[in-house]
Design a protein. Structure first.
Ligand SMILES: [Fe+2]
Length: 228
């Protein structure tokens, strides 16, 4: 993705969060100059636990069709004993018909919550153990405390306020239903995007960035590049 496209998407995300009165922590509004002025030893947790802005086009180069916008608000790091936090929270945006590609997690259990906007549509499959393949068996999933059994791949939509609990090894793909962007919450175990994602098809978790202008905000993947 071009940096100019990322900057534009972050500005659009800020507008959407404002519209929903969803407030982000102070470091969300830091500029590159603000970051450079900081005593980095005092905000080490932000870097170690990958807190902050995040965007992906899954390396496919068509963000509007296949992509997800994210901000990690809190997280731990299971590889660093100084962090005892066992949970994570993200706020995300799926634009109308913008698909988060089929994936599952080895360890992470996550509640994906429709925080407002239109409906969020899921397609779910069990994982064929130890592979990246989808099973044809019925899926058991909990929607706000209610256990549902649905055929593999059947579309299930959640309205604003509703959530699904996605257990480890449950393959999921999701997108905002046509006509309405969705602000999505995620409450989960500690999140490690470098090791815990299993993709059904070849894709990347982080975009390849072409630097055509200054970053408006730093992404989690930018800290190393711009600050250290
Ligand atoms: Fe996921």
């Amino acid at each position: 993705m071009k940096r100019s496209e990322i900057n534009r998407e972050i500005r659009k995300a800020e507008e959407l969060f404002n519209r929903f009165s969803f407030k982000l922590p102070k470091f969300a509004s830091y500029t590159l100059a603000d970051w450079k002025k900081l005593d980095k030893s005092k905000v080490k947790e932000i870097f170690d636990c990958n807190l902050g802005w995040d965007i992906t086009d899954f390396g496919r180069g068509n963000f509007a069709k296949e992509g997800l916008f994210l901000f990690t608000i809190r997280n731990g790091n299971t590889k660093m004993p100084e962090y005892t936090k066992m949970y994570a929270e993200k706020i995300m945006i799926s634009r109308s018909e913008q698909v988060t590609l089929m994936h599952c997690h080895e360890a992470k259990c996550e509640d994906i919550i429709n925080r407002g906007g239109g409906n969020l549509v899921f397609e779910l499959y069990n994982r064929i153990e130890g592979t990246t393949q989808l099973a044809d068996t019925p899926v058991v999933v909990v929607k706000d405390g209610e256990k549902l059994t649905i055929p593999a791949g059947e579309k299930i939509a959640i309205a604003p306020g509703e959530s699904l609990t996605l257990t480890p090894n449950l393959f999921h793909k999701f997108y905002a239903e046509k006509g309405g962007d969705v602000m999505i919450g995620e409450v989960s175990f500690v999140n490690d995007d470098h090791t815990d994602n299993v993709f059904h098809e070849p894709q990347l978790r982080f975009p390849i960035i072409e630097e055509d202008e200054e970053p408006y905000r730093l992404l989690v993947g930018d800290y190393e590049k711009f600050l250290f």
